[in-house]
Ligand binder design. Structure first.
Ligand SMILES: *Cc1c(COP(=O)(O)O)cnc(C)c1O
Length: 381
């Protein structure tokens, strides 16, 4: 008997978790386990056909000439920067409200992260990018936060006018579209994560990059495998950033259900948008030009911490992406920023709350979360 069939003996409804990865595995177990078992029997844990199969399927999906599978989204970003020759003395413009990896990778290759504040929808503000360009600027790295694509029309125009590369941090936006173009095909390189919490997820760390550029793809292919051009020849020292065969096979399998995952998330998000009181919870308006995959569903509210605590007491899991802006992290101290430098980001960091939106939520789950949020916010006014 599943939890849902059990007679309701208490007054408190079943908890609604922020993610439910166990349920995902339960649904696919019968089909997925034989694939994994075949790989285990074959002994081909690093090489084998799965990475090539996955790369071909992803290239079709992302609309780029090349896909290079890698061991994480972070390595995809590092290899994108390195392949474009970005390093010491160079500047890369990026928003300060992302997951720390977006900024850390710029520092990792020896370049300087330069922050540009964001719009009400949490994505980088093109007007702020323009103000931050110097002779040292080499690239713009927009982050498609929450699964909503940054305002790429103006960003592409700015990049073109100033001769800058675009690296998309597309870690949260697999399947998202802007003006019909998939994320990952909107700049020079797209960098994706397939971490367990992303919409297309492996059972461990995983990632890949997308590009139409032969030089970038070749750099990444060599670097991920020690720089080996053949078994015994190294033309440029590399490292190990390969994706395991088992993770590649799992991602190839899950690509088959990705559209259902996205549709369910979009359905949940649409219902939230219909039910939540827009006077009390800000939700960025949807744009005609976009197809948003809702990696996260974020509301912006006064009294965020009290609301989160209340939802927790009601058994509803939430998260905050992210409570501390990157420019205020101890690691960023050397950049010399202070509170007040990026007011939109800082204000949002106090107000954002990520509600559960995962594909296994029922309509009743969404209605209950919306109801608890509305009631609490109305009572707090
Ligand atoms: C998840 C994420 C990353 C890092 O991806 P990993 O696969 O965990 O290395 C980078 N940027 C953003 C915006 C992310 O959400």
């Amino acid at each position: 008997m599943s939890r849902k069939d059990m007679p309701d003996t208490s007054n408190s409804p079943a908890p609604i978790s922020y993610v439910d990865i166990g349920a995902q595995f339960a649904q696919e177990r019968d089909e997925l386990m034989p694939i994994i078992e075949d790989i285990l029997k074959s002994g081909m844990y690093v090489g084998g056909p799965w990475n090539e199969k996955l790369e071909a399927a992803l290239a079709k999906r992302c609309g780029t000439k090349h896909v290079v599978t890698l061991n994480s989204g972070t390595d995809a970003l590092i290899l994108a920067l390195a392949a474009l020759g970005i390093g010491h003395g160079d500047e890369v413009i990026t928003p300060p409200n992302s997951f720390v990896a977006s900024t850390a990778v710029i520092a990792h290759v020896g370049a300087t992260p330069v922050f540009a504040d964001v719009l009400p929808d949490q994505n980088i503000d093109p007007a702020e990018i323009e103000k931050k360009i110097t002779p040292k600027t080499k690239a713009i790295m927009p982050v498609h936060l929450t699964g909503r694509i940054a305002d790429m029309g103006p960003i592409r125009e700015i990049a073109q006018r100033h001769g800058l590369a675009i690296i998309e941090d597309a870690a949260q936006s697999i399947g998202s579209l802007y003006d019909g173009v998939p994320s990952g095909a909107l700049g020079d390189v797209g960098c994706f994560s397939a971490h367990p919490l992303k919409n297309l997820n492996a059972c461990g760390d995983a990632g890949f990059l997308t590009t139409d550029r032969d030089d970038v793809a070749e750099y990444a292919r060599l670097y991920r495998n020690h720089g080996l051009v053949d078994r015994n020849t190294v033309t440029r020292f590399g490292s190990v950033s390969r994706l395991d065969a088992i993770q590649a096979a799992i991602l190839h399998f899950r690509l088959g259900s990705m559209d259902t995952v996205i549709e369910n998330r979009r359905r949940n998000a649409a219902l939230y948008r219909e039910l939540l009181d827009p006077k009390l919870a800000f939700m960025p308006p949807c744009r005609d030009i976009e197809f948003n995959t809702f990696h996260t569903f974020v509301i912006q509210v006064d009294g965020r911490d009290a609301l989160q605590a209340h939802l927790g007491e009601q058994g509803i899991g939430t998260a905050i992406h992210y409570p501390v802006p990157i420019h205020l992290q101890p690691a960023a101290e050397y950049l010399g920023h202070k509170a007040g430098d990026f007011p939109v980001t800082e204000r949002q960091s106090q107000r954002i709350l990520t509600l559960p939106v995962h594909q296994n939520m029922t309509e009743a789950d969404v209605r209950r979360v919306a109801d608890v949020v509305n009631r609490f916010l109305a009572s707090a006014v």
